[in-house]
Design a binder for this molecule. Structure first.
Ligand code: FES
Length: 106
């Protein structure tokens, strides 16, 4: 199974496994990764699953949709590498992806 490394706002890294086809957010919730609240359950309607995608993985993670871009306007301290983790579907190519979580959501 592909793996995801979440780095929290204190610099602590956690590696979790994610099924292909599941989202980065789902893997975070299943593994009780802190700093991801995902209040809307993956509907691209809350921006509380905000992550910063490591620069090395940005191209492979793909660009956000227009709807995601709009929601990112509500994310806390959004940056150029911000994504909503519920909108990143895991593929074998994303095995090893690294994302950082902000110290607060929303
Ligand atoms: Fe709500 Fe991702 S879980 S936007």
């Amino acid at each position: 199974m592909p793996k995801i490394t979440f780095v929290d706002s204190h610099g602590e890294a956690r590696e979790v496994e994610a099924e292909v086809g599941s989202t980065v957010m789902e893997a975070a919730v299943r593994n009780a990764v802190p700093e991801i609240t995902a209040e809307c359950g993956g509907g691209c309607a809350c921006a509380t699953c905000h992550v910063y995608v490591d620069e090395a993985w940005l191209a492979r993670a793909g660009a956000p949709s227009e709807q995601e871009e709009d929601m990112l306007d509500f994310a806390y301290e959004a940056k150029a590498n911000s994504r909503l983790s519920c909108q990143i579907s895991m593929t074998p190519e994303l095995d090893g992806i690294v994302v950082a979580t902000p110290d607060r959501q929303g």
